[in-house]
Design a protein around this ligand. Structure first.
Ligand code: SAM
Length: 261
């Protein structure tokens, strides 16, 4: 329903909510946090305006992902300097640790609430250690449909957890919630989160070792550490790490043993 809704309502959404400047302060903040020519993933990028367009103009390398064919077609026309993928973010496969930031504005609210923790886990895996996640989520728990959204003749569906649940999910998958703010909309609103992926290095500033990155197979799901990952960590001389158990394989970062500690 969401995919079809945005296919039909792409231009209605743009007329109702589109503006080059609507996220201006958030984009400036993001640009101050990512490296020059950094890699940014925009999940639920819509038409690529304003997020992908603003980031590309500032020299970032942007990948946009959207479930709607029409949104992606328009994004390719409007922002030729970014790469766009038509995909459902919940089943997307991307290389682990490959982005400096992930942006996900007004998108999680369209993902079934029971699938949101797994998507957050994926997002954490796509970020480099220390990478930023800029996201809006629901403020109150609610799931519902509007049969004729924006008067455009198509239905739309939303699925929210409340702010505290969203915060807890972020922490559980390895984020520090750096900032949280209520963003009003009509008589309700959303929550904006700035979250930073843990920098996995308890080393003194200036003595951080090179990180070892690897993908290993995990037996079973939901284990923080498994026999195989621990063995792998030992094999590469890693002392500790952050990992995100996924079905099949696991993406993880380890700091090699610092022998001087
Ligand atoms: C409310 S619009 C927001 C667009 C843009 N992020 C913005 O803030 O202007 C939500 C977008 O998320 C996309 N979307 C919804 N569910 C998605 C999913 N599971 N995977 C990828 N995109 C999704 C929709 O097609 C739509 O373009």
């Amino acid at each position: 329903m969401v995919r079809r809704g945005y296919d039909v309502l792409s231009e209605h959404y743009e007329r109702a909510f589109g503006s080059e400047t609507k996220y201006g302060p958030w984009m400036w903040e993001l640009l101050g946090r990512v490296p020059e020519a950094g890699a940014v993933l925009d999940i639920g990028c819509g038409t690529g305006v304003p997020v992908a367009r603003a980031l590309v103009a500032a020299g970032q390398r942007v990948t946009g992902v959207d479930i709607s064919e029409v949104q992606i077609r328009r994004a390719r026309e409007l922002v030729p300097g970014a790469d766009f993928i038509r995909a459902d973010a919940t089943t997307l496969e991307l290389p682990p640790g490959s982005f400096d930031a992930v942006v996900c504005l007004y998108v999680l609210i369209h993902v079934p609430v029971e699938e949101q923790p797994a998507l957050l886990e994926l997002i954490a895996s796509w970020l480099r250690p220390g990478g930023w996640f800029l996201s809006t989520t629901g403020h109150r728990a609610w799931t519902g449909t509007d049969e004729n959204w924006l008067g455009g003749g198509a239905a739309m569906w939303w699925s929210h957890a409340d702010a505290a649940t969203n915060r807890a999910w972020l922490v559980r998958v390895g984020f520090d919630v750096v900032h949280e703010e209520f963003v009003p909309e009509g008589d309700s609103g959303h929550v904006l989160f700035w979250a930073r992926h843990h920098t996995p290095a308890p080393y003194a500033a200036g003595s951080e070792p090179e990180l070892v990155r690897g993908t290993v197979t995990v037996r079973g799901r939901g284990q923080k550490w498994s026999t195989s990952t621990t063995a792998w960590a030992k094999a590469v001389g890693a002392s500790w790490g952050t990992l995100w158990p996924m079905p099949g394989s696991v993406r993880c970062w380890y700091a090699p043993v610092n022998l001087e500690r």
